[in-house]
Design a protein around this ligand. Structure first.
Ligand SMILES: O=C(O)CCC(=O)C(=O)O
Ligand SMILES: [Fe+2]
Length: 215
């Protein structure tokens, strides 16, 4: 058993400025954690309503439309409103990373048959983007899905069923790249209903400008 340091301290609940979040460890190394009720039903609904008119065909980071991801998505501007800023602050505090390291919050929408095939969230080691690489991910489920749409880690045998307000955390900033590689994950096709998620990616170094809107 290696003893890599995790970014997230392992606890069964987390006391945040605006409430307490319950957690369950799904896997130790790489660390994968499930959170309950990170967002309220109202916050989930409001995120969906704000994102819905701004959805675009999903592009991957290289801006090429690809069938690896068939959902539609959008990014919020950093701190674009007091509502978004409040959610960003809560997520950054929970992820134990300064908000300046946070990319804009992304929302994805999957209809029946839509999926996100197995991928890593970090940029390929050695690529230009990897100089300030992603280190951790939080996926918040904004609705319940009737059937399908689980987030699956095929190399670890873990599947998470979407549940409104719950979230899935994983990190991949280990010195041992083999541990990072184990965070391969996918969103399996939605069978019935639709799926909405908000994803927060954290970077190793700062990516935001300071104080655009002061808190
Ligand atoms: O929708 C999901 O469950 C996974 C989303 C995802 O992998 C991502 O946004 O990078
Ligand atoms: Fe992902």
């Amino acid at each position: 058993m290696s003893e890599e340091m995790s970014i997230l301290p392992v606890q069964s609940f987390y006391s945040l400025d605006d409430g307490v979040v319950e957690a369950t460890v799904l896997h130790q190394e790489p660390l994968i954690v499930r959170f309950e009720r990170l967002l309220s039903d109202d916050e989930c609904r409001q995120l969906i309503e704000t994102a819905a008119p701004r959805l675009k065909e999903s592009k991957l980071v290289n801006k090429v439309v690809s069938d690896i991801r068939t959902s539609r998505g959008m990014f919020f501007e950093e701190e674009e409103s007091p509502f978004i800023h409040r959610i960003e602050r809560r997520i950054a505090q929970l992820m134990n990373v300064p908000i300046e390291h946070a990319e804009g919050l992304q929302v994805l929408h999957y209809g029946p048959g839509q999926e996100y095939k197995a991928h890593h969230d970090f940029f390929a080691p050695g690529s230009p983007a990897a100089r300030n690489n992603r280190i951790s991910t939080l996926i918040v489920y904004l609705n319940d899905v009737e059937e399908g749409g689980e987030t699956v880690f095929p190399l670890l045998g873990i599947a998470m069923k979407p549940k409104r307000g719950a979230a899935l955390y994983f990190e991949y900033f280990y010195r041992n790249q083999a541990l990072n590689d184990l965070t391969l994950h996918s969103s399996v096709p939605v069978v019935r209903g639709e799926k909405w998620v908000a994803t927060q990616w954290m970077r190793r170094q700062r990516i935001r400008q300071y104080g655009l809107i002061s808190s």
